[in-house]
Design a protein around this ligand. Structure first.
Ligand SMILES: [Ca+2]
Length: 329
């Protein structure tokens, strides 16, 4: 049996964040060293409470510390809550009891920095909310970028429209400055964007499969019903994307997406295009920005960017994996 690899899940729960956590545990592939919350879908105090409650519901709160993260974006005003998709308190209509575990003294960024030293070159960081915590870690210690083995994050839109404005995806829009700090840092990143996540949908058939899997997927089914209804009422038809779980999937197997190498530059100045993630393929570097030494240097910081779904069926894997880690509620 291969040893489980160290990972931190950094998230802003959030319905699909909750599903991502259960999926991660269900894979059995990971040694979850910390669950770090960040403000995003809702303010930081709410996402932290949700993260603690989810850790309890998924029976990990005695073993996995849940750290509190950034309470606001780096320079922007606090979040416009995404309650329309996630519910007034972030987890549909659920009100899960808080964990009784002690609250760690370290912030999310401090935990990320410590773990990057303990597991230098080996640590995977999976971020499914705005990149504020990762940016704070990088601002405190830029060498975090070279100690992290791999950063996989859900966010951005490379070649498709955004989902909060015509050009911007929610996480990148919420804290564009943090995203730019991260993507210009040299950290080995994989961007799991709307280009890919809109390719792996969950609909009534998959919901029925999860429902028949027993009580351990009851919480996930209730959350998904709320999420599906939100997508339906926003014109999404009868299915919803699996944004955050897909990012967790890609940490273990990139073949769930189709990747290309290049730079991603985040628009931070214009209010019109705030949070737009401009993908500059590596092959195009000599063509673009010839007149700008600053941009020419910037686009040398490259990573992997998903341009669409990949050959392996993520929706199927998600439905098969979730029941392997039953929730208590
Ligand atoms: Ca999220």
């Amino acid at each position: 049996m291969t040893p489980r690899r160290p990972i931190v899940l950094d998230s802003d729960p959030g319905i699909d964040d909750a599903l991502a956590l259960q999926y991660l545990l269900g894979t059995g592939l990971w040694d979850l060293r910390a669950y770090t919350s960040v403000g995003g879908n809702l303010p930081g105090d709410v996402t932290h409470r949700n993260a603690r409650a989810l850790a309890r519901a998924l029976r990990i709160d005695a073993d996995v510390p849940v750290h509190r993260g950034a309470g606001r974006p780096l320079t922007r005003l606090p979040y416009a809550a995404a309650s329309a998709f996630h519910g007034a308190r972030g987890l549909g209509v659920e009100s899960l009891p808080d964990s009784t575990a002690a609250r760690p003294a370290e912030s999310s960024a401090q935990a990320l920095l410590r773990l990057s030293r303990e597991y230098e070159g080996e640590l995977t960081v999976c971020a499914t909310g705005p990149l504020t915590n990762v940016a704070v870690a990088l601002l405190e210690d830029p060498a975090f970028a070279r100690r992290v083995g791999s950063l996989v994050f859900m966010g951005g839109a490379a070649r498709v429209p955004g989902n909060v404005t015509p050009v911007a995806e929610f996480n990148a829009w919420t804290d564009p400055d943090a995203a730019e700090v991260v993507l210009s840092s040299g950290i080995p990143f994989t961007m799991v964007d709307l280009d890919a996540s809109h390719g792996w949908l969950l609909g009534p058939r998959e919901l029925a499969a999860l429902e028949s899997a027993g009580p351990g997927t009851g919480l996930a089914v209730r959350l998904l019903r709320f999420y599906l209804e939100a997508y339906r009422s926003h014109g999404g038809g009868d299915s919803c994307p699996l944004h955050d779980p897909l990012a967790v999937g890609v940490c273990a197997d990139p073949s769930f997406v189709t990747l290309a190498e290049g730079a991603v530059v985040v628009e931070c100045d214009s209010e019109l295009t705030r949070g737009q993630t401009v993908f500059v393929p590596t092959a195009a570097q000599r063509v673009h920005y010839a007149g700008s030494p600053a941009l020419t240097a910037r686009i040398r910081r490259t990573g992997r960017v998903a341009l669409g779904p990949g050959p392996r069926d993520f929706t199927q894997d998600f439905v098969a994996t979730l029941p392997r880690w039953p929730a208590t509620v």
